[in-house]
Design a binder for this molecule. Sequence first.
Ligand code: IVH
Length: 693
Amino acid sequence: MYSNQQIQALQKITKDFIESPHNIDLAALSNVLKFHEYQYYVMSNPLIADYEYDLLYQQLIALETASPHLISKDSPSQRVGNSLNNQFQTIPHLVPMLSLENSYNAEDLNDFDRKAREGAMLDEITYCVEPKFDGASISLVYENDLLVRGCTRGDGVAGEEITQNIKQIKSIPLSIPLSAYGIQQIEIRGEVIMSKKSFHDFNEKLQLKKMATLANPRNAASGSLRMKDPKEVAERNLDAFIYHISFYTLKGSATTPELLKTHSGSLELLWNMGFRSPQKEKKVHSNIEGVIQFCNDFETERDKLPYEIDGLVIKVNDFALQEKLGMTSHHPRWAIAYKFKARQATTILENVEFQVGRTGAVTPVAKLKAVAIGGVTVSSISMHNEEYIREKDLRLGDTVIIERAGDVIPQIVQSIPTLRKGTETVIEFPTSCPVCNYTLEKEETEAVWRCNNPLCSAQVVERLIHFVSKDAMDIKSFGDANIRKLYELGLLKNIPQIYQLDFSVIGTLEGFGKKSIDNLQAAIEASKSQPLYRLIYALGIRFVGETTAKTIAANIHHVLDLENLTEDQLQGFEDVGIKVAKSIYQYFHEAKNIALLKELESLGLNMIQTNTTAVDGNLSGLNFLFTGTLMQLKRSEAESMVEGRGGHILSGVSSKLNYLVVGEDAGSKLEKAKKIASIKIITEADFVELIKN
Ligand code: IVH
């Protein structure tokens, strides 16, 4: 529909408008917004961040309000129709799917409340607040208890019929007890989402197949709904929250069910019918002050949820009042979205640095023109490996969309090739180590380039940092910066030197006062008696994480026992597979590693497995595993509770497992555990009860 030339011109205007939103021609703005709507809704390929779109849309509304005579019939604010991707049949909704007005702060919410109170002629209004799910909206029609149709939102008036795909979403029931409530036909609305975990798992699968990964759960959900093959939809583990009843007809002499008098009641009814409505997440407030407080407080809850939300939706609770307030041509007057701070932004990819990690892996790190997202300034983002750069076709000088997802680690979603000026350059991956110049190598099965020089200074420093880190030897007063400084000064070049530092020299350095030296000395001393698994983990053996380190420690007496174990014997340990066994074997068959351990022993470090099973608690001898997202406890907290009561944490499902504690969005571990009858599968609440006894 748009030529490349037009796309470039429109993108240039977009950028100008975002930079100076106060000097805009209404007709041009309306064209720009139409273009971005087309990109978003029809092409599923947004070219600007959502908040940038919102900013421009609000500017359009402001200009149109100031000069109503200039409103064109086809302004995005007057939307009635749009061409749709004609892969699926287009079907009109029974009631048009309106969108919501956005609010960003207390002032906007007070404004909304004031207008609603004026319209209702009331002093106070009761509101129901629920999450604004960040997915793809759908409408469903049920008749005579059966699901007969599922549609995308489309242009709001008509959507694409995707019933077969909808039926793949297990949280959408194929039949519901409508007749029990005297209802003949019902049209409901909701949001299809992909949980953070499913998104992560699915991207991992794509990566393994060497296919392009998906940018975020929202794009993943909307893309999935339009897959041609319903089987592929099923594989993507989608979920749906249903939050709105848009239309219903009653049977014969039936009367309106009592629950259908308020929005919170309707969520309860939907819940009772078997839908995943935000029944537990919703909160009713008797006035706007409560709502504002809740909105402020909820922003910090956002990251704890197992799925993405981009705000909250505030709805007048009483349906009669909703009716009275009615709607404008595009928004209901009885609801408003409260949007959290933007988590997407566009910026420039200015440079790339190549960092060498502890294992020699070389990671490209994008250096960006600093930009704020969701209250955090981002100027540097990992680009993982060379394939990632090639897949996304990232070039130096590119304008890129970046996003801070729920797990807080920022990522580059995509570059915007249409904004290229011709001066952008392809990112060259180095062939030799940027630190020690050693030739980089890549194993066939791996995506990363590695520097295999064990003396590479970058690796030595990273290994030292890992050795003292919190989960390893936990030498608290040793920050990353201090390690780098001591290394550069030649005072700390290898792990044994941590235990031979010359404090009279360090005391003369800037930033090392008497107190910090005392603390450092005490922390180093205390680390000598850390349990064996911490030392094993601290060594930084490839593929040996904390859990594997614990397993290894539990199976040996002295760390050097590992010198005498074969790969087969190592594989006999719980959850140690071929790859891990090989890595441990190799580590303990290198003379320099054995020499390192002997030296550490002579410096007084504990090398022996002390009996940790001596804890006598109510979980003594029982094996636990946690899966999915816990809602009340942190995973590490829950695990410590088990260990503190004499129980063990296993790293995988096996017949040795006694309890699998299942949080939200549990995946393959749960499926596996269901097949082993002796495993008790319990919820987080059951777990909390269990440890009380
Ligand atoms: S109510 C007439 N509730 O946000 C009421 N919408 O800009 C229509 N959304 O198109 C919507 N979570 O896709 C409502 N709890 C929620 C929602 C929600 C997400 C989406 C929906 C809608 C858009 C509004």
